[in-house]
Design a protein around this ligand. Structure first.
Ligand code: 13P
Ligand code: SF4
Length: 320
């Protein structure tokens, strides 16, 4: 196939025969973005053809929230899951925020309701509630401040208290509790992708791939993080690989993450134990194209939740 600067970004991972099926949608999406004055924000778990050929901004949940706050596009299309689109809308009340498939949810966001938070507050009077961004706007509205896996320790410590309620990810809460003196009360929510990794699997990886450096997302169970070499958000893992260039690495997280960063670190060998996030995988080139053509599906926030949910996100973004 002749030189094509767009295909060239994914040539190492997408064979020409598959690209032939994608190219028309990629070109259409690139034209539609200009026509609609739209920007595509894509999470690190999106597939390589989305991440490398149509996205304008890629990153972890924290970076996507920060960038959503600063874009001057008229339309934001979120190639990610619903809570990420809600966060973008909270920060951009006057812009059109689209998500290509409304069913792109998250097991963590599903695991807790505002009523649960009311019960927790009654059981722990005066203890502030830190909500992971992987929650609905209604849950954010019932919380004091948000956090992501990239800033959780900093947020917890920024409150200057002895004890916090941190929800809904039990494993993230336990992993952060090991790094701070602040006492953390957790909730029993789990990420359906990361909870499946086991410490035995990590030990076996080390035996089968001598010298491998193991990076685990903090949504993994604490015993998995304990036997890994490093833990951090998806962006922190990507930075680790780019800066340290370990000869051999395994990312204990969602599948597409390795594909995406392997393309920009071709001198690093990626060992790929991987679990798919079915919610992230609902987003495709085809439904991104339809979303921009039809300007659907637009994300709205219940007005009753808007101001307090936005305040919880803004408080997080204000912590430097
Ligand atoms: P990051 O903020 O690390 O990108 O994580 C988001 C997520 O959903 C991980 O499962
Ligand atoms: Fe939610 Fe886990 Fe999917 Fe992330 S990987 S969106 S936490 S289900």
């Amino acid at each position: 196939m002749p030189f094509d600067p767009v295909y060239d970004r994914v040539r190492a991972i997408i064979p020409p025969i598959e690209w032939a099926d994608m190219e028309e949608d990629v070109l259409a999406i690139r034209a539609l973005k200009a026509e609609r004055r739209a920007v595509i924000l894509a999470h690190n778990y999106q597939t390589p053809e989305i991440f490398h050929t149509v996205a304008d901004i890629v990153g972890d949940s924290l970076l996507l929230a920060r960038e959503a706050e600063h874009t001057d596009a008229e339309v934001i299309l979120l190639a990610g899951v619903h809570f990420m689109a809600e966060t973008a809308k909270l920060l951009n009340p006057n812009k059109t925020v689209l998500i290509p498939d409304m069913r792109a949810g998250c097991s963590l966001a599903e695991s807790i309701t505002p009523e649960d938070i009311a019960l927790l507050r009654a059981a722990h009077p005066g203890v502030p509630v830190v909500a992971y961004v992987n929650t609905s706007a209604a849950v954010k509205a019932a919380s004091d401040i948000c956090c992501t896996s990239g800033n959780a320790k900093k947020i917890v410590e920024s409150l200057g208290v002895e004890k916090v309620i941190m929800l809904p990810d039990e494993y993230l809460a336990q992993n952060i509790a090991r790094e701070t003196d602040v006492k953390i009360i957790a909730w029993a929510g789990h990420c359906e992708v990361h909870e499946r990794f086991t410490a035995a699997e990590i030990q076996e990886l080390r035996l089968r791939h001598p010298g491998v450096v193991i990076l685990a997302h903090p949504e993994c169970p604490p015993e998995v993080v304990a036997v890994s070499d490093f833990s951090g958000s998806t962006a922190v893992m990507a930075d680790y690989v780019s800066h340290n260039k370990p000869p051999r690495v395994a990312l204990i997280t969602e599948c597409s993450m390795s594909d995406n960063i392997a393309l920009i670190n071709q001198d690093v060998e990626f060992i790929r134990p991987c679990n798919l996030c079915p919610h992230m995988k609902r987003i495709t080139l085809k439904n991104i194209r339809t979303a921009l053509e039809m300007m659907q599906t637009e994300v709205f926030i219940d007005p009753a939740h808007f101001a307090p949910a936005r305040a919880a996100v803004e408080r997080m973004l204000a912590v430097k």
